[in-house]
Ligand binder design. Structure first.
Ligand code: 5GP
Ligand code: SF4
Ligand code: MG
Length: 465
């Protein structure tokens, strides 16, 4: 998911819509904005679909006046399977004795099921199926006298990954979990401030990047300025390395690193670790593009657009009928036949999850007359599910959890298949010595199976680490 918040600007909701539009890649299912105006109180709008289709028209935006707003774009993850109901669309809002508060959460809480059970037993009435709603109910039960203190109380009880943006009538609040698994950045816009999942959302509103919110930090911003707190026990940061591989936008700067540069460097590392003679290096667009550029630069094999992406393909809007579903990746990707025919092609993609994308792309490339197909993957084999806010299927459906690299090569049906090593990935992400196995610098659980926070709900449901 993507979160955004802004304080101290006129038309805060419009800034929020722009910020969410820049974060759309983090969630396309739905979006929501809450704004506060002293004369009009809290107002909210929650919609399915893209930001640009919902939060650009005056009929919606005119209902969201004020200089303070937060927003969320949603992508449903392990915690909340099934169709999203509008009541699952954030920000969530709670009315407390000391006034209202709205929160938007990116990440996934690993003890939400246990907390929900406990809260329901004690009388909480849940409105949604979202793990994030626990935070509101925990805040309601806190005995603290103000909302930031209640948030601290609530967040000390939750486990897992959370980057939270929240607002009261006068304050914008930002918090990152103690490991800083999901990103959250701070910007200055005129006399106001902005919080966003990624720096690309600051760029779009012309805000100046100030710094990241630190792992375990809470910032509270109002008219008087910014105050920083550290409500949690200090831990060593474990930022999600998959944000660098796939999830974030390449024009964002995260952890002081350009996401594009990390991806390009992954391609360089891959070309060193797994060279192969070929005529062309082609990305699987768009997620494989920077790594393919790096692979080409390092190997000297020409880069070419062997697969063209239809830029107008939304997500799953025409999926319902079986015959259309079977067309699969063809709706989104097509082979550049004239280029591919007779060539030995290296295809670079970011990850192999179920393997269905790779297999279909291989079919298309061979049909177009390629002489050889070599897959190079910009992440290590995805052998474990993510419980911290990225949607991966259960282990039984992960190709790499069930097959060796050679078996995967044969199952996909290509001449060769190689993944970047975990150390190579860390080097590309700026760790010259590679991964520190005693204290890994990032979360890499989906590749290593080493979960920095025990997924306690899942363990209770039978998940074996
Ligand atoms: P597969 O077909 O192997 O299941 O999925 C791999 C493809 O899914 C890759 O092309 C990759 O770009 C994309 N992908 C990887 N992670 C995610 C994710 O978390 N969400 C979505 N929507 N796509 C992903
Ligand atoms: Fe990121 Fe993978 Fe860790 Fe999930 S398990 S937070 S995707 S590195
Ligand atoms: Mg892809």
């Amino acid at each position: 998911c993507g979160v955004f918040g802004v304080i101290g600007v006129t038309d805060a909701a419009n800034f929020t819509a722009l910020g969410l539009h820049a974060l759309q890649h983090r969630g396309q299912e739905a979006g929501g904005i809450v704004a506060y105006h002293p004369d009009h109180g809290f107002n909210s709008a929650r919609r399915f679909g893209y930001v640009r289709d919902n939060f650009t028209n005056a009929a919606v935006m005119d209902t969201l006046p004020g200089q303070l707003a937060i927003g969320h774009v949603r992508y449903s993850t392990a915690g909340s399977k099934g169709a999203t109901a509008i009541r699952d669309v954030q920000p969530f809002f709670g009315e407390f004795a000391m006034g209202g508060a709205a929160i938007a959460h990116n990440g996934n809480l690993t003890n939400a099921a246990a907390l929900r059970r406990e809260l329901i037993e004690r009388g909480s009435i849940f409105q949604s199926s979202s793990d994030s709603e626990c935070i509101i109910h925990l805040m309601a039960r806190s005995i603290q006298k103000n909302i930031p203190e209640r948030m601290k109380d609530a967040l000390r009880r939750v486990e897992g990954a959370f980057s939270v943006v929240a607002m009261t009538r006068s304050k914008l609040i930002g918090v990152r979990d103690p490991l800083g698994v999901r990103p959250l950045v701070l910007g200055k816009v005129g006399d106001g401030w902005a919080l966003a999942s990624e720096t690309c959302a600051l760029d779009i509103i012309g805000a100046e990047f100030v710094r990241e919110i630190n792992p375990g930090e809470m910032v509270v911003i109002d008219e008087k300025g910014l105050e920083s707190f550290h409500p949690f026990e200090r831990k060593t940061s474990r930022f999600c390395i998959f944000e660098h591989v796939y999830f974030s936008r390449p024009d964002s700067i995260l952890g002081g690193r350009s996401v594009y540069e990390t991806r390009r460097q992954i391609g360089v590392e891959l070309a060193r670790e797994a060279p192969v003679e070929a005529d062309l290096v082609c990305p699987v667009p768009d997620s494989g593009t920077p790594a393919a550029i790096g692979f080409s630069q390092e190997s000297g094999i020409p880069y070419a657009m062997g697969i063209i992406r239809n830029q107008y393909m939304g997500r799953t809007f025409i999926e319902p009928t079986e015959s259309i579903r079977n067309m699969g990746v063809r709706l989104k990707l097509n082979v550049n036949r004239a280029l591919i025919k007779g060539k030995r092609v290296i295809l670079v993609d970011d990850s192999v999850v179920r393997g269905t994308t790779s297999r279909k792309i291989k079919d298309m490339i061979l049909e177009a007359g390629a002489a050889e197909v070599h897959f190079r993957i910009a992440s290590p084999p995805t052998a474990w599910p993510c419980f911290y806010g990225v949607d991966t299927p259960e282990r039984s459906k992960l190709l790499a959890a069930n097959m060796s690299e050679d078996e995967m090569r044969d199952w996909i049906g290509v001449d060769s298949l190689r993944f970047i090593s975990l150390d190579g990935l860390y080097r590309a992400a700026g760790e010259a010595e590679g991964r520190n196995d005693k204290q890994p610098q990032y979360c890499d659980a989906c590749f290593s199976g080493q979960y920095p926070v025990a997924p306690s709900d899942k363990i209770e449901q039978g998940f074996e680490m």
